[in-house]
Ligand binder design. Structure first.
Ligand SMILES: C[S@@+](CC[C@H](N)C(=O)[O-])C[C@H]1O[C@@H](n2cnc3c(N)ncnc32)[C@H](O)[C@@H]1O
Length: 256
């Protein structure tokens, strides 16, 4: 399982993050512990690492991985609770906060997770399985217009209305419960050369909506500032323009 996620921009992100070897750091997206391991390598025995992940599989894996390490506290929490976690840990300020957004390759590649259009699986897309609404719930119960708006807003997909219409027609005869059913609907609408890009955008849109990824990111940034030392660092690795815009707007607004 350790090979299931290769941490990206490891050196670049940590060169920016770590300013004090005895400092206290927060890894908001623990995943399989790639960035966390590297943070620990760069800290001395006084340094501390606190990390969080909403995904139970990732959390359990990393809990085992770091079981023997001292100065490490892990939380199966949403990262937007960074200020609450700091309070629980009696930490007034972090020296640095890291977020490597999105999903891990394990989540993407796991045939049962339903995060990808490449495998036929239940259409779920929740990272936090305690959340109530799955992607299938969205497609089967939301108004056609709301589905179109989600696909447009979070997938930046220009065929959003056509796709939502087709979903609405299909669900009238059969509930949409699997990734395979959604793939078939899109493949019927979009020429094959474009279908992979459209599928990526639609799955991204549903994932962002179901996990409230942008709402969590905004809250996380706001709450991070409450517990970040003056002169401390926030390092965020983003994967698409929606996340990127939120982070840049936030930094501009706060004049950081
Ligand atoms: C790209 S992976 C991080 C991989 C990690 N840096 C590593 O080296 O293994 C993103 C992780 O963030 C987690 N995640 C996404 N949204 C989250 C949230 N709101 N709160 C906590 N974790 C979240 C996902 O479950 C996933 O494990």
């Amino acid at each position: 399982m350790s090979e299931h996620h290769v941490p990206v921009m490891l050196k670049e992100s940590l060169d920016l993050l770590i300013t004090d070897q005895s400092g206290v750091y927060f890894d908001a997206t623990l995943g399989f512990g790639g960035h966390s391991s590297e943070i620990l390598k760069r800290l001395n025995s006084e340094g501390r690492l606190v990390a969080a992940d909403v995904d139970t599989d990732a959390f359990s894996f990393s809990q085992n991985k770091f079981a023997e390490k001292s100065g490490v506290s892990l939380y199966n929490f949403n990262y937007s609770f960074i200020d609450v976690i700091a309070k629980i840990e009696s930490i007034q300020y972090f020296d640095g906060v890291l977020a490597d957004l999105g999903v891990s390759s394990f989540q993407l590649d796991n045939p049962e997770s339903g995060f990808t259009y490449r495998n036929d699986a239940a259409l779920d897309l929740r990272m936090d399985k305690t959340k109530k609404i799955t992607a299938a719930d969205v497609l089967n119960t939301f108004d056609e217009e709301d589905i179109a708006n989600i696909i447009y807003e979070f997938g930046e997909e220009k065929n959003s209305r056509k796709i939502a219409r087709s979903i609405s027609e299909k669900r009238a005869t059969q509930k949409i419960e699997t990734t395979g059913q959604l793939v078939a609907i899109i493949n019927d609408l979009v020429p094959e050369i474009f279908s992979r890009k459209t599928l990526s955008r639609v799955f991204q849109a549903l994932r962002i909506y179901v996990n409230d990824e942008l709402g969590n990111l905004k809250l996380f940034l706001e709450n991070s500032l409450k517990v970040l030392k003056t002169g401390g660092r926030i390092v965020v690795i983003t994967y698409h323009s929606l996340e990127d815009r939120i982070v840049k707007d936030f930094l501009r607004m706060k004049r950081l």
